[in-house]
Design a protein around this ligand. Structure first.
Ligand code: MOS
Length: 709
């Protein structure tokens, strides 16, 4: 941080969330909670078939139901001028209500608008459609052969192809990850309110108010500044709110049609079919090594599902190009179009899926070699980026291995599976590593110091839960040498200075750096007022100069020097499990995650971020699975009763540790991202621990008890 810190306003353990009190007292308002005069309510009707056409749709009964204002279908939907007239691969998200085609089960076929939510819900039950059914395909494994290489993910080769096959020690296995659904606590919701014919305000659940503004402006052919997007609080989002979905466009169109504000809140079931998910993915990894554990070759293939109308692509196999210093690597990625809705990034998109396979395979190799899994990774540690050849901007992964191994008591582990027991339970230890690009993009921050000493920080970025506002306040407090209580952070509004979408583990690096730069500029202004002296008595300086406030708006971006470095955040996860040999129940007893995420600017929220990601990875390993009945192409567990994810009782005390050494190049704080690495590698660590406990290698997630007995 800045060398000249005049006092130390931040406690060692970090700030508590600046918005914590608002959140726990219910004062924080989420998008569906705004009181908008004259608001009416929308409820979606989904297709009950999986592929085909709507033959006829009966809306009269619904239209005559009490309180109904409109029933929108493809037959009467108002023209959305920026919509393409077709759904085609690579032409963006699904366009609803444009024709009679059905691509997946649950696809919206109607939107009912009524004066109350209950009346809209009842009327929605009265909409009946007749269909012409076609044969659908929803089963990834049965359709692997129809996969193709998407234009954005070419096959990769370094050295010799399939070199692992010639190595003295080799393993080759297939790994499968089921579909996982984001399911944040807050349902996706929008209130759309036209203020004039060409001017609209939306309160929307989104990770990026500027991106939502751009998409709505484009769809309705409006100047962006005529679209006001507000999202000061977001109740969790792990990628599902990165893009603007059809229900948001539909609500805006409906509000125009009924000439009233429209509120549309997705149901929990809608959340499974309307806002993306982590796609069902099949992988095969081949690893070959010398007898002393030096990797000779890595071959990593993956096939993930996508929809028939959009080519969703993610970096599943990239981690195998990057993680270890293997001279020979080849990867192949395919997407398989199915009659499902389009997937979307979900925390550690691609990498979390790929790391499950690669880090499981490394564990399998460690047993084949009889080398400790940490030792195997150290022997193959990459000292520079194997893909670009560039030096790393910073990498402290070996320190992270050590910290985690010490904390979990790795020395207690036995290399012989099934050999440790406690109170009748089998005990096992596992670890898995992760990595994700450390990015920084552009952001602008306004910093305004008021006569009473209050510092306002303003930028449009949303805070979806990681503690962006808290990190901003921490950086500003240290930089300005003022108490955090005097800082007000204002976020999540498209009228504020531009910031990136919250995602890709880049917000603290990007927006934090903009806060840092803005504070620096503001301090310079005060220094000028002070005749070059360094005082932090800002109120006195304002008073002396008869000023109500002093304000700067600073645009900030990374330096060109970053091009000379490969920048990544790194993580390693350690898991201790207890497995009941009679019932197959797996209890995670200890979870330790260690992050090399540069300098930690906000220790409390950083620890929460890592713990949340670890819990998500435990869910991925042991519970989460969206199940389709392929006879009907329909989800059977699209609710919180049947779709399992960890609750308090499933999770032990999860610990987050940090190497906490600054990255010298990425940004002035030395911080790197941590949102994604928190999850990447966790599922493998759990699967590896289960193997260590039982000698059973489950290569198809989730590891449910039936697979262990
Ligand atoms: Mo994230 S998958 O960048 O929201």
């Amino acid at each position: 941080m800045e060398s000249k810190i005049l006092n130390k306003p931040i406690p060692e353990e970090g700030l508590s969330r600046v918005d914590g009190r608002l959140k726990v007292t219910g004062k924080a308002k989420y998008s569906a909670e705004y009181d908008v005069k004259g608001v009416c309510y929308g409820v979606m009707v989904g297709s009950t078939i999986t592929k085909g056409n709507i033959k006829s749709i009966e809306t009269k009964t619904a239209e005559r139901a009490p309180g109904v204002l409109a029933v929108i279908t493809y037959l009467n939907c108002p023209n959305i001028p920026g919509y393409h007239t077709d759904n085609q691969p690579d032409k963006g998200p699904l366009k609803i209500f444009i024709d009679d085609k059905i691509y997946f089960n649950g696809q919206p076929i109607a939107l009912v608008i009524a004066d109350t939510y209950e009346r809209a819900l009842f009327a929605a039950s009265l909409v009946k459609a007749d269909y012409t059914k076609d044969q659908h395909q929803t089963d990834l494994k049965a359709n692997l052969s129809s996969g193709f290489s998407p234009s954005k993910a070419k096959d990769y080769l370094r050295g010799q192809e399939d070199a692992y096959k010639l190595a003295p020690v080799k393993i080759e296995h297939e790994y499968t990850l089921p579909t996982e659904v984001h399911n944040p606590m807050e349902l996706h919701a929008i209130i759309a309110c036209w203020d004039a014919d060409d001017k609209i305000t939306v309160w929307d659940k989104t990770q990026g108010v500027k991106s939502t503004q751009r998409v709505i402006a484009q769809a309705f052919k409006l100047p962006p500044e005529n679209v006001q997007v507000t999202a000061p609080f977001v109740g969790g989002a792990f990628g599902a709110a990165l893009r603007t979905w059809p229900h948001e466009i539909a609500a805006v169109a409906a509000a125009k049609l009924v000439k009233r504000p429209v509120k549309l809140v997705l149901s929990r079931a809608d959340m499974f079919t309307s806002v993306g998910y982590r796609p069902h993915t099949w992988q095969k990894v081949g690893l070959g090594a010398t007898a002393d554990g030096k990797l000779v070759g890595i071959t990593h293939e993956a096939s993930g599902q996508t929809s028939v109308y959009e080519n969703f692509t993610e970096g599943v196999v990239n981690i195998s190009q990057l993680m270890y210093a293997s001279p020979n690597v080849n990867t192949r990625y395919r997407i398989v179009p199915l009659n499902v809705n389009t997937p979307t990034p979900m925390r550690g998109p691609g990498e979390a899926t790929g790391a499950y396979a690669l880090e499981s395979a490394m564990d399998e190799l460690s047993y084949a070699l009889n080398i400790d899994p940490i030792e195997l990774r150290i022997r193959n540690h990459a000292d520079s980026d194997p893909l670009s050849g560039k030096p790393y901007s910073s990498k402290f992964l070996k320190e992270a291995y050590q910290l985690g191994a010490d904390k979990i008591g790795w020395s207690e582990r036995s290399q012989k599976p099934g050999s440790l027991t406690k109170d009748g339970w089998l005990v096992g230890y596992g670890m898995g590593a992760g990595m994700f690009g450390a990015y920084r993009s552009n952001a602008t921050v306004t910093a305004r110091l008021m006569a009473d000493g209050t510092l306002f920080l303003q930028t449009s970025v949303t805070d979806i839960g990681p503690g962006t506002g808290t990190a901003m306040a921490s950086i500003a407090a240290e930089s300005m040498g003022i108490s955090p209580e005097k800082i007000r952070v204002e976020l999540g509004d498209s009228a504020l200075p531009p910031s990136p979408t919250q995602g890709g583990s880049q917000v603290t690096s990007t927006v934090g750096a903009a806060v840092f730069d803005a504070c620096k500029e503001l301090k310079d202004k005060f220094r000028q007022l002070d005749g070059g002296a360094d005082s932090t008595d800002y109120t006195a300086l304002l008073q002396k100069n008869k000023l109500q406030k002093l304000e700067v708006t600073t645009a900030s971006k990374g330096s060109a020097a970053m091009n000379n470095y490969a920048a990544f955040s790194w993580s390693v996860h350690f898991i201790q499990v207890y497995v009941n040999p009679n019932t197959g129940v797996v209890k995670v007893n200890k979870a330790i995650s260690v992050a090399d995420a540069g300098h930690i600017v906000s220790p409390k929220t950083a620890a929460s971020q890592i713990k949340g990601g670890s819990i998500m990875g435990i869910g991925m390993a042991l519970m989460e699975e969206a199940v389709i009945d392929h006879r009907y192409g329909r989800l059977v567990n699209n609710n919180f009763a049947d779709y399992h994810m960890p609750v308090q009782a499933d999770i032990p005390q999860v610990e987050a540790l940090f190497v906490n050494k600054p990255d010298p190049y990425l940004n002035p704080m030395g911080a790197k991202g941590m949102g994604e690495i928190a999850t990447i590698g966790v599922a493998a660590a759990v699967a590896n621990a289960v193997y260590n406990a039982t000698g059973k290698r489950i290569r198809e997630l989730p590891i449910t008890p039936d697979k262990l007995i």
